[in-house]
Structure formats: C-alpha cells, structure tokens
Write a protein that binds this ligand. Sequence first.
Ligand code: Z15
Length: 837
Amino acid sequence: GEEKWPRGDQKTWTSSMRNVFTETSDVTKSIVNHVQTSLARAPYNLDDFGAYQAAALATRDNLIVNWNETQIHFTRKQPKRAYYLSLEFLMGRTLSNALLNLGIQPQTEQSLSSLGFSIEDVLVQERDAALGNGGLGRLAACYLDSSATQELPVWGYGLRYKYGIFMQLIKEEDGSQLEAPDPWLEHQNPWELPRLDVVYEVRFYGSSERLNDGSGRAVWSGGQEVLAVAYDVMIPGYGTRNTNNLRLWESKPKRGFDLQSFNAGDYEHAVEASNSAAAITSVLYPNDHTTFGKELRLKQQYFWTAASLADMMRRFKNMDKPINEFAEYNAIQLNDTHPTLAIVELMRMLVDEEDVPWSQAWTIVTNTFFFTNHTVLPEALEKWPVPLMQHLLPRHLQIIFDIVRRFFLSVEKKFPGDVARLARMSLIEEGFPQQIRMANLAVVASRKVNGVAELHSELVRKNLFPDFVEFFGKSKFSNVTNGVTPRRWLDQCNPALSQLITDTLKLPRDVWLKDLYKLEGLLQHVDDPKLQKSWAAVKRQNKERLAHFVEQMFGLKVDASAMFDVQIKRLHEYKRQTLNILGVIYRYLLLKNMTPEERKKVNKKVVFFAGKAAPGYYVAKLTIRLIVNVSRVINADPDTNQYLSLFFLPDYSVSLAEVLIPAADISQQISTAGTEASGTSNMKFCLSGGLLLGTVDGANIEIAEEVGEDNVFFFGHLTPDVDKLRYEHTYHPVPVEQKCPELAKVLDAVSSNIFGGNGVYEPLLNTVRQGDYYILTDDFDSYIRAVEMVDEAYQDQTEWIKKSIRTTAKMGKFSSDRAIQDYAQEYWNIESSRVSE
Ligand code: Z15
C-alpha cells in the first residue's frame, strides 16, 4: 500500500528544511558553525587549513542537498541511465569547482574575507584527488562535469584507492625521479559520502560447475569472498541543481578474521586473508600505456565491475521492468579495455542468476555496452593469461570460451575456410600461455566502438580492427573527439581571461561557459588594440604568477617577459620529451657560440617541463634525469641564462597544470605522428590562448582545422610515412652523423658529459642512435625550423596576440559538453532532465 510520508507533521518538516545557502551571511554562519562543531576548534587561532576544512564542510552541505534532490528526481522519473566505467578519475581539487558550480564563489570569498582569510590561500590547502595517471583519467573527470552540467542521468563508477598516483620527488644528488606514496585520505575527505549500507559480495577463485540441463548455466562456488563498500562523490553541474554521483568502491574483508583459522591457532593466516581483501583497492597502478599481467590488477578490475553491475542490476530491478528491457534502461561506457570483464559479468548474471537463455542474454549485453579505445600502441593493449583467468575467475573463463565458440561460428559462416582471419579475430591469442585479447572481446560485445580524435578513429578502423570493421560493418566504428571542461580549464584556472572574454563578448559568463562556440564572437574584436592590450596583460599576469611560483621553488629569478614554452604530460618515448630537451641543448650550444652582441637579438625563452614516469620505465626516468641536469647547467651559465632557462617542475598534478597552462605562450604537442590518440592538454593550452607547436597527430589536427594552419606551428613527418621510416631504420640504417649532423652534435655533447652523468645517458641516446623507433632523427631538422618560426613569430607581438585571440576563439568544439552530447545522443540515447529549483 501507499506509504505515509512524512512521519509526523509535514509542516514541521518542510518549514525546517534548508536549501542551498546563497546569502553571504548564511555562508558565514555555516562556516563558523562547522568550526565550532564538526572541527571542534576555537574560532580564534584557526589556520588556513582549518578555514579550508570549515569552508569545505559548509560547501559540502549544499552539495548534499542538491545531490539528494537529484537522486530522488531520477529515481522517480526512471529514465534510461548511462554509466561511465573508468579505473581512473583524476579529479584534482574540488572546493573551487564546487563553489563555481553552485554559484556561491563571490559569497564565500566575501565570507572568508570577513573572517580574516583570503580565498586563494584557503583553496590551495586542499590536496588533489589524484586517482588517475594522466589523460584518460582526467578525461573521465571532465566528462562527469559535463554530464552533470547538461543534466544527464550519468553516474561514474570507479575504485576508491587508498593511495593515488605516487608523489614525485627529484633527488638532489643526481636529478632522478623518486616515488613516494600519496596518502590522500590521511586528513578526512569531505567530498565523499561513505555508504556503509551499500555493500556487495564479490567472489574470487573457487570452481565452476556447469549444469548439464542444456541451459548453459553454471554454479560458481567456493573461493574467497570480499565486500565492496560504496563511497559516493558528489558531482555538481554548473548553473543547475543537478548533482550527479561518482560511486567508488572500497574493498574490505567479509569477516575481520576467519574464525576457523583463528580457532585452529593459525592467527597469521587469518590476518593475511583480511589483508588480501583490503589490498584490492589499496593502490592505483602507476603504469600508463603498459600492461604487466599482475594478478592484483585483474582482481581490481573484476572487483570493480562486479560491484558496479550488481549495483546497476539492483537499481534496475527496483523499477520492476522485465529483464529483457535491461538495455532500454542502461548504457555502459567502457573507458578503455580495463572494465571489459563487465561484459562477461553481465552474461554471468543474466545466464546463471536470472535464468535468461544465452542468446537473449547476448542480445541484452551487446545492446548495453559501448567501448572507447584510447591508444593504438601495442604495449598498451590488454591481454590476460588464460591460466590466471582460470584460477581467479573460473566461471568467467568458461563464458569467454562460450563467446569465442559462437563468434567463431559466425565468422566461419561469413568467411568460410578463412583460417588466417579467424586467428586474427580470435579473442584468444595462441602461445604459451594463451592470452585473452580484451580489446577484441570489447569490440565483439559492444554496440559501438569509438576512438578519441578523427585520425585516431581512422587508425582504429584501419590498423587495429580492420577485420572487425569488415565483419560488423563500418557504422559500428566511429569517432568522438575528446573535450575538456571550460569551467575548470578556463574560468577557474584563468579567471582574468574569463572576465576579459565576458566583457568582450558582452554575454553573461554562464552563457558562453555552457555554449563554448560563443567564443567565436571574439573574432570580431581581434583587431581592436584595446582588446589586444588587455589580452597581453592577462597573459603577462599569469606568467608572473608562474614566475613567482618557480622563484619560490628554485630560488632563481624567472623573467616573465621571456617566452614561456611548456611541455607537461606523462613521460613516454612516444610523446618525445627527448626531442624537446635535445632541441633545448641545441639552442644552448648555439647561444654559447654567439658573441654577446649576437645573443641580444635572440628571443628570450623559459622552457618548462613537468610529468611523471612509470616507476619501472627506465628510459623515461633517464629523460627526467637529463632534463634536470641540463637545467642545472643552463640556469647557472652567466653567458646564456638571460636568454634561455629551463625548469623541470616536480610532482606534476591537476593543480600544477592549473597554474602552468594559463601562463604558456606556447605548448609542445610533439608526439610521433600516429601515436597520440588525441591529447587533451593541447585543448587546454589553446583555450588559454597558448599557441600550439606540434606534429600532425591526434586532436592537434582538428585544432588546426578550427584555428587555421597559419595560427599553429606544425612540423615533422606524417602518419603514413612512419612505417616506411621505421623500416628504413631497421634494414637500411644511416648513422645519425650522416643523416642529421646537427642532432649528432647534440648527442655528442651529452655523451661528453657536459651535463654530468658519467655516461649514464648512453642508453637514452642509443634509443635515438639505433633503431630510432620514434623517428627523432627524421623529425629533428623540421622541429628546429619550427622552433625558429615560433621565435620569429613572437618578435611581432601584435601578430602573436592576434593568433592567441583567434586560437581561444575557435575552441568551441573542444568543450567536453560537445563530446558528452555526442555520446548521449549517438551512443547512449539518454535525455536531459532538470532538477527543479
Ligand atoms: C591514457 O592516458 C591514454 C590512453 C591510454 O591507452 C592509456 Cl592506458 C592512458 C590517453 C591518450 O594517450 C591520450 O592521447 C588521450 O587524449 C587520452 O587518453 C584521453 O582519451
């Protein structure tokens, strides 16, 4: 029957209920209230960190109110929902974003000021939530922001790692990278709601018995069971009450102690079992673009997908719809192959637990899942050994083999007798051991497959999955070019530019921030000297902020009138930080050989690097060491250091990016053509009016299409050339002295130990001298010429500023709002619904 709501007197309830506090006086009361109660601290002698905690708690209360309304709204409405499954969410700081999205930034600033605090000092107290490695994880965070802003019923699902990406230290003695743990939860995390009532059991190991009743069902039993506990992170939309959910799972033992072992006196064994359960969500794997086949990583993947699917199934069942309608109410986006086990798990749930016949279950599954590929690098394509899968997930291996068998039959039917094709398309790679190709599984079971930029999506079709395109047809494979949220990556990190844009467009900020194509309106003002002057002043102000930051860190003066040239991203050979540092050395050697008079004509430049290397990636770590040691020599050289200086900023993070990006005159996006799927920092720099120096790769191409080729600096060989060049390197190698003498001189300078090292850099230099897989010897000359063009262009400041304005003006396409709209309409088929005021 109908439940009576509320208990007690409705008026008493409603008259006591609060809404979002938007009045400054209410914000102040709430902050002080949290100081007195939640923090139990005396109001006087409160420090900046205490003020941060109180402001965070006050803001969180507002978020909770909206979050609750949103969850009730969508539970009542029962729309189709989309779920974004990602092992990484690189969120960064939350407070400033929450204040912006709630529209209470000015009130909170005022309130803090009247309590004696400056909001800038308070905001930087927050630690980053760094549950991700790089681009893939940050993309997930941008997509959550855009989903909430567009009032779409989208939830994220991930893991609540106790340790996020490691903290990077640079050793004083030799300049190399050291990793330290990131215990980000040490001080309570106000942005999550522990849901100790939302718990699922997840099984590992054991055995699977098929029921021989012709149903295809099996019973999986025994093994180890662990608990998945939900922690909900609130994701506010900008300019809306809609506040979505990011649900992160934490693992814990089912029982604190295994009583049986305990009674038997085997205390250590009992404690071990409880440790191994907690270990599952203990740490984020810090490898980007490589797979290691570690059992714990597979455990993470299954733990997360099993808990997430159980949760979705429970929500679906609460709606009382027939199971066959599952795909009408649920769309699941797989962020890379990491969550591919979700496909197998849903099959298991449908067949074994819901008693759905195999072919019906397969129809449901193949209508539910969508798969995004983020790389074509072979070392990043996940494969899991069959024996490991057999041991850890015996039932899932059976299901995988059942999928393989049926898929083989259908390929055989379409292409009879084509054994080679079957081998290429198989989900199982033969070998010792056999391996499961997760990408092939994801493709076979998904309704659509997409790459993340036009060129990349083309390579996905032509190089990665050509047989599957032939088999399933072209329309299953498409493109969604990545995007970034303009709230964080323009308004928050570059408030002065945001204000200038608002003034110039004569549009309210919230209009253009939700419809980024409106930036095009800047084009009519490009020639306005007043705008040019203000534009340059904003850039200068951001450069001074960065200069100040670096001066504090290194105790060295930074000239904010010099060109700021920035490359910040994970260290990887394909991203070619090596090309950049070799170019810097080349420039240094040139400067050294000039007379003081000649030097005065040179464009002054400050080069910034930042980024982490995977702890086991030897060559990438050597690159960091080289950059650091080159910087020590260059910055200390009185002949040249007014003209060229170099900084490697340690511990790259979302918050550091927020300082670096607005200050860049130019960014380097110089991956070997065809290797960077999209890139997203390229979009962020351009949004802040930093020009692009790059290769014809990933989203660089689409950026150039938007802003025009004369506003970007392109260089290097094109994607179709790369295979041929590599072939030449292997079969007709030409010594670098002959092929590229300028580069050879640079390599020799490093070898001669002018930057110290005593020969340690040889393995790094040899990646260029021998094999040169990333074609530095082919691109170096063209790169140096492009850098010269950049220098020349910078001499004409007015022209440069115009290029900068034009660049920002054409960034509309690269809003993650556009990307999420694409997914919502073309993939998920979900609709917006606004939570009422
Ligand atoms: C990662 O950050 C990316 C791809 C991967 O396969 C892995 Cl494992 C991590 C990056 C791409 O390298 C980058 O080009 C792209 O912009 C980003 O994903 C988001 O799609």
